[in-house]
Write a protein that binds this ligand. Structure first.
Ligand code: ZN
Ligand code: ZN
Length: 128
């Protein structure tokens, strides 16, 4: 039983780590079923988050998307089609230093994303 738990966690972790885009619980379940059920997915996610192996981002809704802690990612989120795009350039370091100093706050990480309209949806809007 315990071994099975570990295996499932590993599967969930590998899936999140190898995915270009962050994944939500339903998407993970869709890929891993029927080997793994949804409650196992949720429990696995909870465990991985408690160990800080994965991080989450939610784009103004209750749905959480998960990505690996050892990949520094930032996101573009299209409010029209809910597409998520990933970019890796980080401009936060300078700001982080300034804020750390000002508030005497120990920063571990940051979650950063832009919200807007993707190229496809801009074109669609233009057609109307
Ligand atoms: Zn879009
Ligand atoms: Zn960053």
């Amino acid at each position: 039983m315990a071994k099975k738990y570990t295996e499932n966690r590993k599967k969930i972790f590998n899936l999140i780590t190898n995915s270009e885009k962050p994944l939500n619980a339903d998407q993970i379940y869709d890929i891993l079923r029927p080997d793994v059920n949804l409650s196992t997915v949720y429990r696995g996610i909870e465990y991985l988050q408690s160990k800080k192996l994965i991080r989450s981002v939610s784009f103004g809704s209750v749905i959480k998307y998960f990505y690996s802690s050892n990949q520094h990612k930032h996101f573009l989120y299209c409010e029209d089609c809910h597409e998520i795009m990933v970019f890796n350039d980080c401009a936060a370091e300078k700001l982080q230093k300034a804020v750390t100093k000002k508030f005497n706050f120990n920063i571990d990480d940051h979650v950063f994303y832009f919200v807007g309209t993707c190229e496809k949806c801009q074109k669609k809007r233009g057609d109307m």
